[in-house]
Design a protein around this ligand. Structure first.
Ligand code: ARG
Length: 459
């Protein structure tokens, strides 16, 4: 078969080698962007008098027809034509004849594929930002319901100090907010046009790069043609943010999995997001949370794969760069799916506040309260820490908790203790007292919820 680039070749291509080099099986995802890019390019060629009015019109009409067919899934791609760019050119030729060959004037597949990727990344980035916002809204609304629900807070996965469930949830809202910010910031680098860079060096035709950039909604153009066709930083940046999003979701996933276990019993996930066991009738497995935790690995994989692919690549375009696509396509699907699963899962989960409250009553997470109590009465905190440590040890030895510790024991360890120590030990009071800015005190959390609701409403 004669190739679109076959002029200088003497040997026929081998189908199996062609297949190895082809990207059409996956880059057909870019079809709509490829056509849009071509439309803008054709319009520019026309207005710069590089092609005639009639040629421009024919090419445009042909592309419109292809666009429609693409929407209806009526385009037949062929691996013989390697990639989406040459498939579209071939289909355009079938549509309008030889004039289709003029479309590639002053353009290369190198600036074309870069343009397609920029358009694709722009659309997906915006969509993912909006899906993150949906999840944040759900998280904030669950936080609002549970400002005064107390749960054990952990460090080292050991009981540390009780916190408000609302506060805990808002921590995830904060992480997601940074992710959305990072994506928004990346749009600055995504939304610039490589089109007109040609293969690597620009073109001899007097084209208007600003016109195509504007036509495609870009905010500007790459200043350097070599950089324009060689840059995949924006894909790496996306994969890096995608990895961070998945890392955040996997942390929440892990907590939901723990919390829904028999040992914790803090939450129950809705049936929609759980599965049963084929052998053990009693089971309700948090499959979707586990799967998101698991899928985090493949997104990291895509990031590392592309970083490695680009490492040491000389300028400008190299075929290696075709390897940018499958990983990022997969990451986009994975991140969107995971965010949506979490939105439904958080929205519908039941939070057993009675269980979380009860669980705190039987631990030592109020020990800091006593140390703070003594410190507030003037004892150096280190000394207070030591005294309370001994009291905790006494309780453990006697199989009681601090609220059950006799007052005589408190008195014995420091004369600063008064009867109000038992009130201080109440976990709910302990949480409420942590009213420093950004702390878990109910007043603080209530304010934070209102602030976040307002901020999210304004987006
Ligand atoms: N399929 C190629 C890619 O995805 C398009 C660019 C090919 N350019 C070239 N000169 N072979 O990277």
């Amino acid at each position: 078969m004669t190739k679109l680039w076959g002029g200088r070749f003497t040997k026929e291509a081998e189908a199996w080698v062609d297949e190895f080099g082809a990207s059409i099986s996956f880059d057909q995802k870019l079809v709509a962007y490829d056509i849009k890019g071509s439309m803008a390019h054709a319009a520019m060629l026309r207005s710069c008098n590089i092609i005639s009015e009639e040629e421009g019109q024919k090419i445009h009409d042909g592309l419109v027809r292809l666009e429609k067919k693409a929407k209806n899934g009526e385009l037949d791609f062929d691996v013989k034509y390697e990639d989406i760019h040459m498939n579209i050119e071939k289909l355009l030729t079938e549509e309008i004849g030889e004039v289709a060959g003029k479309l590639h004037t002053a353009r290369s597949r190198n600036d074309q594929v870069a343009t397609d990727m920029h358009l694709y990344m722009r659309e997906e980035t915006k969509e993912i930002i909006s899906i993150i916002r949906d999840l944040q809204r759900v998280i904030v609304s669950r936080a609002e319901e549970h400002v005064e629900t107390i749960i054990p807070g952990y460090t080292h996965l050991q009981r540390a100090q009780p916190v408000s469930m609302g506060h805990h949830l808002l921590a995830y809202d904060a992480m997601l907010d940074r992710d959305a910010d990072r994506l928004t910031d990346s749009l600055k680098r995504i939304n610039i046009s490589p089109l007109g860079a040609g293969a690597l060096a620009g073109t001899t035709f007097s084209i208007d790069r600003r016109q195509t950039a504007e036509g495609l909604g870009f905010d500007g153009i790459y200043e350097n043609s070599l950089d324009a066709v060689s840059d995949r930083d924006y894909v790496i940046e996306f994969l890096s943010v995608a990895s961070t999003i998945m890392m955040h979701l996997s942390r929440l996933a892990e907590e939901l999995i723990l919390w829904s276990s028999h040992e914790f019993g803090f939450i129950e996930l809705d049936d929609t997001f759980a599965t049963g066991s084929s052998i053990m009738p009693q089971k309700k497995n948090p499959d979707m949370a586990e799967l998101v935790r698991g899928k985090t690995g493949r997104v990291y994989g895509s990031l590392f794969s592309l970083l490695t692919t680009l490492k040491s690549l000389p300028l400008a375009y190299n075929k290696d760069m075709q390897e940018d696509k499958e990983g990022v396509f997969d990451a986009v699907i994975t991140v969107k799916g995971s965010l949506k699963i979490f939105t439904g899962m958080i929205d519908s989960m039941i939070i057993h506040e009675d269980v979380t409250e009860r669980s705190i009553a039987s631990d030592f997470s109020n020990a800091t309260e006593i140390a703070d109590y003594l410190a507030a009465k003037g004892m150096p905190f280190r000394e207070a820490h030591e005294i309370v440590g001994k009291l905790v040890l006494y309780c453990i030895d006697n199989d009681i908790v601090l609220t059950q510790c006799p007052f005589s024991k408190f008195e014995e360890s420091s004369s600063l203790f008064e009867k109000d120590i038992y009130q201080t030990l109440d976990p709910r009071e302990g949480v409420a007292r942590r009213n420093s800015e950004g702390g878990t005190g109910f007043t603080q959390v209530g304010k934070a919820v209102q602030k976040r609701k307002k901020q999210l409403d304004m987006l």
